[in-house]
Design a protein around this ligand. Structure first.
Ligand SMILES: NC(=O)c1ccc[n+]([C@@H]2O[C@H](COP(=O)([O-])OP(=O)(O)OC[C@H]3O[C@@H](n4cnc5c(N)ncnc54)[C@H](OP(=O)(O)O)[C@@H]3O)[C@@H](O)[C@H]2O)c1
Length: 324
């Protein structure tokens, strides 16, 4: 089978290779073989290939963390039936076949298109889980850095339904109208506007109750100044790859908290009934078309290097999908 691998960590366009005749390992108990239809490209995939992610690759390593496909083979004890269309999470989604655990599969109804089903795990699960962790109510302010990301777009849509007011940062004006349409309360272009002054004006000097930060660096340091007394920053991304400065004074006198969030840990330690409920909520929201995700371009598996390069570029209007 055809698969994408890397032999040593590096910039994806240099490190990735397509192998034509890779052998799939025999299924272990609880495992399922999926014939991949389409896969997503996320910032975490790119960090994994560069050796910067929380999971270290076992070299040579397959690549790609999530996709959609058809169950083709099941091991003993597995409940899911052959022929079921599933969203899946596994290392090695950029391939003709992926092997995954049954627990990492969600059956997909026919009305969810493949390019949406290919991205149902990483961002939607994180959006539902982090919004739950944020514990916000009607009229509370939520600050989102990297407001134009797929994750933030999902949070904006979910928050709007609950009356939570999202203030989003972007670095280009072209994203403002789209985020407002999705339900953002306000969008701040940090290339032009002063973040702290803008948030304080929008919140009548109170500040935001929670910030979800995916950027780090200078922006995260400023975002901490935008929090209300007793506020919390949920750190879930490191897009700038820069360390942030933390002002001890505001941490102490505003009684602020900073907490890390990683979906992998959340899935491991959260009650399986809560995880099942999130999976059900994700499927319901997408099949009822209550949540939107955007696609910038589709590539074939043979075009993986161009696809990853495009995914790693600035100013995209949606996800890059690999059709297998
Ligand atoms: N912790 C977890 O479990 C978890 C789970 C899911 C996602 N995440 C994280 O969530 C973040 C968003 O993921 P995604 O898939 O939603 O992203 P995405 O759709 O690929 O979009 C990336 C967005 O980030 C913006 N961006 C990139 N670098 C930036 C920088 N240095 N400063 C400001 N903005 C920047 C881009 O803005 P431009 O348009 O201006 O380029 C773009 O809008 C990533 O950091 C990802 O790792 C974490």
């Amino acid at each position: 089978m055809k698969t994408v691998i890397f032999k040593k960590p590096g910039i994806p366009k240099e490190a990735l290779e397509i192998i034509e005749n890779a052998k799939l390992p025999t299924l272990k108990e609880g495992q399922v073989k999926v014939k991949v239809i389409a896969a997503n490209i996320n910032p975490s995939d790119i960090m994994f290939i560069q050796g910067l992610y929380g999971l270290r690759p076992q070299l040579p390593s397959p690549a790609g963390f999530e996709g959609v496909g058809i169950v083709e083979e099941v091991s003993e004890g597995v409940q899911i039936k052959k022929g079921t269309k599933v969203s899946f999470a596994s290392i090695g989604a950029w391939a003709e076949y992926a092997i995954t655990e049954e627990a990492s599969l969600i059956p997909i109804p026919p009305n969810i298109p493949d390019e949406v089903a290919a991205q149902l795990f990483v961002n939607p699960f994180t959006a539902f889980a982090l919004l739950h962790e944020a514990n916000l109510g009607e009229d509370d302010f939520l600050l989102l850095t990297a407001g134009g990301s797929t994750f933030s777009q999902l949070v904006i849509q979910l928050a709007a339904k609950q009356g939570i007011k999202t203030i989003c940062t972007v670095r280009r004006d072209t994203q403002i109208a789209q985020l407002k349409e999705l339900g953002a309360h306000a969008v701040i272009n940090t290339e032009k506007d002063d973040l702290i002054k803008s948030v304080m004006a929008l919140t009548e000097k109170k500040g935001a109750k929670v910030c979800m930060d995916a950027v780090g660096g200078k922006l995260a340091g400023e975002a901490l100044h935008c929090l209300a007394k007793g506020g919390k920053m949920l750190v879930y991304g490191m897009l700038s790859l820069q360390e942030s400065t933390l002002h001890n004074g505001i941490m102490i006198f505003k009684n602020l908290k900073v907490e890390g969030f990683w979906l992998t840990t959340w899935l491991k330690y959260t009650d399986s009934n809560v995880v099942k409920k999130v999976a059900q909520d994700v499927i319901t929201a997408f099949s009822k078309k209550e949540l939107k995700v955007f696609i910038e371009k589709e590539y074939s598996l043979d075009e993986i290097k161009q696809a990853v390069q495009h995914a790693d570029s600035e100013g995209r209007k949606g996800k890059i999908i690999v059709k297998v």
